[in-house]
Design a protein around this ligand. Structure first.
Ligand code: PAF
Length: 293
């Protein structure tokens, strides 16, 4: 811990827009024997993102945070244009937290004219978020593959609130043999239990209260599992009950295999995750619990 504190005190955070500058700085860091840690984000940073940085510092000594609101992963009726863009505050948040580079490329750097490549993972991408947001994971894996190519060998840290995203990226990295270690870090929550998310800032005070139905449902499911319940339908309906009452729309409440994300039916015999996506007004929230974790 002392090591982390010393490291934070001495470093300087640089804002970089160009991939050539990013590469040059990373080459320099590698030549100096530094291990690279990478936290890809879309900005609007909160304590959950900074906890990912903290985690990256455990196994790396040169940290890159990327900030890019990736148009490819938003559907036509989703919140791309209103997604919060707070670069100055984000860079400020990274200062004093051990971040060496904030990499904020523009759209042209990530997708130059004529860009015609996509990376797609089948199976684990097709269910849950993938089924409700067609093309979403194709956008995520395409941008993350490109970011991994720019950053090079590193350890990359993702939040488990986006549990399926973590699993999709793990699959992609393994399948393509990318020189990146993938870490999934536990979800950071407010004391109320609400999972930290950049989209929470869309919620009114009343909606924040209603949003707690997700944690209530997930806790009910987890408590039943801990007490020995193994029927997937019962676990699912315990999670669904409170959410159905409080939310305007449920996309899914699913008990799924924790690796393949395929829905489980009947007796739960493998490690399972309860995953939720639901809407309050125009705000869509996701969350999950791995049963028994
Ligand atoms: O989780 C996110 O913020 C994004 O999906 C990611 C991984 C940065 C790709 O745009």
């Amino acid at each position: 811990m002392a090591q982390v504190t010393d490291r934070r005190a001495e470093h300087v955070t640089r804002l970089v827009h160009e991939s050539s500058e990013l590469r040059a700085l990373l080459d320099g860091a590698r030549s100096a024997g530094k291990r690279i840690g990478f936290v890809p984000t879309m900005g609007a940073l909160h304590e959950g993102h900074l906890a990912l940085v903290e985690h990256a510092l455990l196994s790396a000594d040169f940290i890159v945070v990327s900030i890019f609101v990736n148009p490819l992963q938003f559907g036509p009726s989703e919140d791309y244009s209103r997604y919060p863009r707070t670069l100055d505050a984000d860079v400020e948040a990274c200062r004093g937290r051990g971040v060496d580079i904030v990499f904020a490329p523009d759209r042209e750097t990530m997708y130059p004219d004529g860009f015609a490549t996509a990376v797609e993972v089948s199976g684990v991408s097709d269910v849950l978020e993938g089924a409700h947001r067609p093309g979403h994971f194709r956008g995520v894996t395409t941008v993350v593959a490109k970011l991994f190519a720019l950053v090079g060998p590193c350890t990359a840290v993702f939040g488990r609130k986006d549990y399926q995203q973590w699993k999709v990226i793990e699959r992609m990295t393994r399948d393509l043999g990318l020189p990146v270690g993938i870490i999934g870090m536990h979800t950071v929550r407010e004391p109320s239990g609400l999972a930290l998310s950049s989209r929470n800032r869309y919620l009114s005070e009343a909606e924040r209260g209603r949003a707690l139905a997700i944690i209530t449902g997930l806790r009910a499911a987890d408590a039943a599992f801990a007490a020995g319940e193994r029927d997937a339908q019962i676990i699912e309906s315990l999670a669904r009950g409170p959410i159905e009452k409080a939310f305007d729309r449920i996309d899914y409440v699913s008990v799924a295999d924790a690796e393949s994300l395929q829905p489980l039916v009947g007796h739960i015999a493998s490690r399972a995750v309860v995953a939720v996506a639901a809407k309050l007004g125009t705000t869509r929230l996701i969350d999950n619990f791995v049963l028994g974790d």
